[in-house]
Design a protein around this ligand. Structure first.
Ligand SMILES: C[S@@+](CC[C@H](N)C(=O)[O-])C[C@H]1O[C@@H](n2cnc3c(N)ncnc32)[C@H](O)[C@@H]1O
Ligand SMILES: Nc1nc2[nH]cc(C(=O)O)c2c(=O)[nH]1
Ligand code: SF4
Ligand SMILES: [Mg+2]
Length: 181
């Protein structure tokens, strides 16, 4: 059984897949307590993998986004295999502190200051920008490196930084701009 905070159908709002319809599976619980975290994930219901997959399959899209909380604490090969057998593409939103199942199709790593990265394979890096030194995160091998404004509040600052450091791309949280989950 796994503790699930919510399962909902929306569009990926962030990063390289922004705009793609996806079912979000939000796991309860995290190993970090980021002051800026925009998600209350502590409450949850225990669900079996069969129940999780059944709920996911109520929606017609292929992409499933495992998030939280920190999904890296809670997911394993068995769940990823079951989602694959149901025909799904499995994407994970992680803070990067945990080793993930290798079969995951897409890893979005959002590293946090003062943590040690244990994730082995990263497809995109997506840093919440608050004026910190983000240059070390360019050394993480990935297809794309995104900076994301914090709660859409410092977009100008992020744009100015990216124009000076064009290795980065802007990730807007479009779901917050268009008021969808
Ligand atoms: C709620 S976290 C859950 C997954 C994982 N714990 C992590 O931090 O990547 C999902 C994404 O939202 C980002 N995020 C959290 N709070 C934010 C905020 N206030 N503004 C912008 N992005 C935020 C995180 O950095 C992460 O990329
Ligand atoms: N629409 C939408 N896109 C998202 N991308 C990552 C999210 C997350 O909380 O992990 C998220 C979210 O909460 N909503
Ligand atoms: S690691 Fe992710 S879920 Fe955990 S507190 Fe930070 S932003 Fe929130
Ligand atoms: Mg979110």
């Amino acid at each position: 059984m796994r503790k699930i905070n919510e399962i909902f159908y929306s569009l990926q709002g962030e990063g390289a897949h922004a705009g793609t319809p996806a079912v979000f599976v939000r796991f309860s619980g995290c190993n970090l307590k980021c002051a800026f975290c925009d998600t209350s994930h502590e409450s949850g219901t225990e669900m079996s993998d069969e129940e999780i997959v059944e709920e996911v399959c109520k929606y017609p899209c292929r992409m499933v986004i495992l998030t939280g909380g920190e999904p890296g604490l809670w997911i394993d090969d068995a769940l990823v295999d079951m989602l694959h057998k149901a025909g799904k593409y499995v994407s994970v939103e992680t803070n990067g502190t945990q080793i993930l199942p290798e079969a995951v199709d897409w890893v979005t790593c959002s590293p946090k200051e003062g943590t040690i990265l244990r994730v082995k394979h990263v497809d995109e890096v997506k840093v919440v920008y608050l004026g910190q030194d983000v240059s070390p995160y360019l050394l993480i091998e990935a297809k794309e490196h995104f900076l994301q404004p914090c709660s859409c509040q410092n977009t100008e600052e992020v744009i100015e930084y990216i124009k000076k450091h064009p290795q980065w791309r802007l990730s807007l949280q479009i779901h917050k701009l268009i008021n969808i989950p």
